[in-house]
Design a protein around this ligand. Structure first.
Ligand SMILES: Cc1cc2nc3c(=O)[nH]c(=O)nc-3n(C[C@H](O)[C@H](O)[C@H](O)COP(=O)(O)O)c2cc1C
Ligand code: SF4
Ligand code: SF4
Length: 252
């Protein structure tokens, strides 16, 4: 059973590839929360996996909140995590491991999976060449990860913590969740044709259409709305007008 959360399709792609390789079930965390599904029945020898993007060197709060409510019927034979990020994960695996331990679940394997960055409110997108190279390397890594999962390899921690991981995860992760998830800086320009896609894809249903999109307060900062708007109509503060947009090729 693979639980995934994804804003711009990278984690969705990784989860789909692994589900196909391991012949596993895919569960969208956002959909499960909508449907208030927090209890899952496991088949004999079934493992569990979590695939999600890193936000400020930590797991998205929505993922941690979901895990805090999660319960299983049946024995968990194996647990792994794919920490998806643009560069490095800090101590994301450790944070997730602790969250799972609180539920009595032992993490057996963890992998940092580098994919193109979607953090366009901080930096511009990578070049096409760099994106292609990262996507190709990620697919190769997913093949190896899939084989290790099938073999139920335990004690595997192929993580990329980066420099000063403890400081980054503790300081930046906490500051991000307290101060950076501000929807006040989202706005649309005249390109918006009111297609409603942003409303439909927001995982926390915070966007509504009142002639133009209007943002509520709740936001995970997945950046699906700004990256996926087909008209490039959504902006955040002053810098995103000139920047590119990123979505995984599967979503194009
Ligand atoms: C709010 C936010 C914060 C991010 N922080 C990090 C980070 O700390 N380290 C990193 O390497 N990538 C970071 N990223 C990049 C994403 O983790 C990365 O692009 C990921 O592949 C996106 O996955 P998705 O397409 O499934 O949403 C951040 C992205 C967002 C939107
Ligand atoms: S996705 Fe873009 S064009 Fe469509 S309603 Fe939202 S802002 Fe407007
Ligand atoms: S408002 Fe945009 S960035 Fe925030 S959760 Fe919804 S889609 Fe993601």
């Amino acid at each position: 059973m693979i639980f995934y959360f994804s804003g711009t399709g990278n984690s969705l792609h990784a989860a789909k590839v692994l589900a196909e390789k391991t012949d596993d079930r895919l569960i969208s965390i956002a959909k499960a929360i909508d449907e208030e599904m927090f209890e899952f029945e496991l088949e004999k020898n079934e493992g569990i996996g979590f695939v999600f993007p890193v936000y400020a060197w930590a797991p998205p709060e929505i993922v941690l909140n979901f895990i805090s409510r999660l319960s299983f019927m049946g024995e968990i034979s194996y647990a792994y995590v794919i920490v998806n990020c643009g560069g490095n994960e800090g101590r994301t695996t450790s944070i997730l491991k602790k969250a799972l331990e609180k539920k009595g679940i032992t993490l057996n394997a963890s992998y940092t999976l580098k994919m193109p960055s979607n953090y366009i409110i901080g930096y511009d997108v990578e070049s096409d060449e760099e994106q292609t190279q990262k996507l190709r390397a990620a697919d190769q890594q997913l093949t190896e990860i899939g084989e290790q999962i099938i073999r139920r390899e335990k004690g595997v921690y192929h993580t990329i913590p980066g420099s000063m991981p403890g400081v980054k995860s503790k300081l930046a992760g906490t500051m991000f969740n307290k101060f950076a998830r501000d929807t006040g800086k989202f706005y649309t320009n005249d390109n918006c044709n009111q297609c409603g896609l942003c409303v439909k894809i927001c995982p926390v249903h915070t966007i509504s259409l009142d002639q133009k999109p209007v943002w509520g307060k709740d936001c995970t900062m997945c950046l699906a709305c700004i990256n996926r708007c087909p008209k490039k109509a959504i902006q955040y503060g002053k810098n995103t007008q000139k920047r590119g947009r990123y979505i995984h090729p599967d979503l194009k």
